[in-house]
Design a binder for this molecule. Structure first.
Ligand SMILES: C[S@@+](CC[C@H](N)C(=O)[O-])C[C@H]1O[C@@H](n2cnc3c(N)ncnc32)[C@H](O)[C@@H]1O
Length: 398
């Protein structure tokens, strides 16, 4: 692979987030990456300018909970016709300069979210228009620019390769960028994992849990037990069951009959505080998805994981953010979970989250497992990313 030439020093960045999360993203980066200045912004898409050109583009990553995906901006094009837009992309001076110094292993093309996930049936992910744009871009690509086998959405791109990104801000306005596949989520087009809601799913929480499992890569094994606090009607429990786990759902509300019929599912019909601690014995994992304030979720979880005789190895917690301002509390939440003995705590607003974020916790980082190639092979006890430097993070790297 060609190494990056010293003369390509990008100064603009883009980040993709949930519709409505732009303010939270900007406030977060104002603290964690003060060398960035917000520039162009649309719902679900924000660009930033670095105070000086980036010297080590290959090592750069954005320290953000709210950015689904991010990278360097290479310009934008406007036009009426797909093929004209595609041709213009390959002629952008920044794209030409980038392609002179880097070998591209993949092309990600996606459409900016129309609405919040789950709103009137909308879910982030592939669209027909993005697929058409992808085809037009490949057709218009100069031979040297994009190898014929360049991977796209749903195809594996190895780690530590460059991907060319094209975001359809509007059908007639495309933003072009590039990013390195330095993490598990960086191989997902637009930061959205290739997950579809299966027909048997009883709620869209299935998507959230399936994504949480993919992103966090907790070292769960088939047959291990997980308790889910706030399990009704049962979509998330189904995703855990489909992953081969034994699931105990704690919720005063009714579970869907199809979930109750699964012999690997047990319903404890009570509120978390009223639930006997015996339920949590011989349980390795804890999930929570209660429609309550984050502090209440953390209180409930703390009472479980710090109880003598209970040994929870790791957790996937949904923390609701009924007001975006609660995002300022995230570093405090992380510290609180670390205080219970979980040293590896990560946060991400998942693509299928609504106004909420996912917290993944493990007792130590060495427990994480990693996908080495194209999202297939799982190897235990290795770091999930390659330890690339990110911008300084005053509140710790989560
Ligand atoms: C967003 S729904 C959960 C969706 C569910 N995870 C799924 O996959 O379908 C929130 C649930 O939290 C439950 N809940 C709220 N407070 C609770 C508590 N203190 N203990 C247990 N469950 C609680 C509610 O009854 C409700 O069913």
């Amino acid at each position: 692979m060609a190494t990056m030439e010293a003369n390509w020093k990008p100064q603009f960045l883009f980040a993709v987030c949930q519709h409505g999360a732009e303010g939270a993203l900007k406030r977060e980066l104002a603290v964690r990456a003060p060398q960035l200045r917000p520039a162009f912004s649309r719902p679900g898409f924000v660009t930033f300018k670095l105070d000086e050109p980036c010297e080590e583009a290959e090592k750069f990553s954005l320290p953000s909970v709210f950015a689904r995906t991010s990278g360097f901006s290479l310009g934008s094009v406007k036009g009426e016709r797909l093929h004209e837009l595609a041709r213009q992309v390959w002629e952008l001076p920044e794209v030409v300069a980038f392609l002179r110094s880097a070998r591209v292993a993949g092309l990600h093309v996606w459409q900016r979210d129309e609405r919040e996930p789950g709103d009137r049936g909308f879910e982030p992910g592939p669209t027909a228009l993005a697929d058409e744009a992808d085809a037009a871009l490949r057709e218009a690509a100069p031979i040297h620019a994009l190898p014929a086998d360049a991977a796209g959405r749903g195809h594996g791109i190895p780690r530590n390769r460059w991907v060319l990104d094209v975001t359809l801000i509007e059908p007639g306005q495309w933003f072009v960028g590039c990013h390195r596949t330095t993490s598990r989520v960086a191989v997902w087009s637009g930061g959205v994992p290739p997950i579809e809601l299966p027909e048997h799913a009883v709620s869209r929480a299935y998507l959230k849990m399936a994504e949480a499992l993919e992103w966090s890569s907790l070292p769960m094994s088939k047959g291990e037990r997980v308790v889910e606090l706030g399990s009704a009607p049962g979509g998330a429990s189904q995703a855990l069951l489909d992953a081969g786990l034994e699931v105990i759902g704690v919720d005063p509300a009714e579970m869907d009959e199809s979930v109750l019929a699964n012999p690997r599912f047990t319903h404890v019909r009570s509120r978390t505080v009223e639930t006997s601690r015996k339920v949590f014995r011989h349980v390795q994992w804890l999930a929570a998805d209660m429609n309550v304030a984050p502090r209440y979720t953390l209180d409930a979880v703390e009472a479980v994981v710090t109880h003598p005789g209970i040994h929870i190895r790791g957790m996937l917690l949904t923390l609701k953010l009924p007001e975006w301002e609660l995002a300022a509390e995230l570093p405090a939440y992380v510290e609180r979970v670390r205080g219970w003995g979980y040293k590896d705590v990560r946060l991400r607003q998942l693509a299928f989250n609504r106004q909420e974020i996912c917290l993944a916790a493990l007792r130590s980082r060495s427990q994480r497992r990693v996908l080495r190639s194209a999202g297939k092979q799982r190897e235990p006890r290795r770091r999930a990313d390659d330890g690339h430097a990110s911008l300084p993070a005053p509140h710790g790297d989560f």
